[in-house]
Design a protein around this ligand. Sequence first.
Ligand SMILES: [Mg+2]
Length: 464
Amino acid sequence: MDRLHRVMGALVGSAVGDALGAPFEFGPPDAFCGRFPTSARGVATEMCGGGTLDWELGEFTDDTQMALLVGQSLVERDDLDEADVFDRFRRWAEADPPDIGIQTRAVLQSGLPWDTAAAEHVRAGNRAAGNGSLMRTTPAAIFFASAGREATMDAARRISALTHGDPAAGEGCALFHEVLRVLLDGGDADEAVAAALPLVAEPHRAKWAQVCAPEWRPEDAAEANGAVWPTLGSALWALRHSTTFEEALRLVVDLGGDTDTVACVTGALAGARAGITGIPIRWTSVVHGRIPGFGPEVWELRDLQLLAARLDGNRGVRLHEPPPTRGQKAVEVTPGVWAADLDGARRSDRDFAVVSLCRTGGRFGHDVQRFAYLTDDDSNPVLVTVLDDVLDDIAALRADGRRVLVHCHAGASRTGLVLRAWAMREEGLSPQEATQWVAAVWPHLSLWNDSFTTALDRWGPEGE
Ligand SMILES: [Mg+2]
């Protein structure tokens, strides 16, 4: 898998976990699977909003707000500038964010400078081993991954120490940085922990070894999961007991308690493992939020993807504004499923549920718009996963009575792939029959991308 898929998976995955867990914060165990016993792919999904702080559907919380501040500072300074990160944190805290950790607030509002505020907080007898520095460190783990094990662990400790004076929190961040570094290289989390533990400072090593051990379970935790140890321990436990991003996130949100943060940390690791295409599009498409104190700008999926790429060293990348298209109007190609090109879809009736298969330059304004990560070349690492995710969502949206509009830039190759797969699934056609049938009803079909046709030959529709 391309490294960029994993990098974007880590940052988007952390924000998705944060938003998915937020409505369940401080709730009891098993609330998530109780409410969503199976995948919710129709108009209403597991991104349900609400909770004690009344989050918008898909809105991320302080975990991601602070993470984005760390990430922006690293990209703009091209290094770790602790005073700059601390200034951004303080400006954010002064803007009265809806959710802010107790330790974090006390330190940021103490009026003390960056290099003494957190230490003074501990010296005054306060606890400081919460998970509030771990939850925001994914951008730094991406940024410092290329510097190697010791450098990324050291950077983790320094950023943690800005608000969390207890070294136990810093050692947890250091372990997280190293695990993420290894996952971004396609490696194994447990092997990463084993290699990193000798670098964890005494006297914290034994306790970290305990919660990161393969046999540890969340019910073994000595503290509530607002503490740093069970947060990372639960994330690693969820990785071990799942194969997909969705399974890992279901496990941790169902733990209850500090669900947004545990899911945020888990989402980073599971997203790095699965890559961006392994995260369900019904979740990535709605994740969003603002950063209090930093203007009205709303961060969306494409902004998170862009920051992730920049953190990974692709400093020159810009937001892609796609060129205009012919404006091919929406046509119904099979009952309830329509096709168009980019500008045709952009101008389509607002009651369509839109499935976008290309970069769009932002949302169109439809209440349901899902964005699949699909490039029109042969570099899609898990095409069948993307197809299953897209087709299952189309089926669920149809079952909810919605007209579904599928489009890509020209409406030719990627749109054709999904229409052909849909015909195979709904009509039981072979790949050849499906291609002939789509060519007859959708004359814009293009078959130039051989990797798509090869994938269809291997792909067997699920969900029937
Ligand atoms: Mg939060």
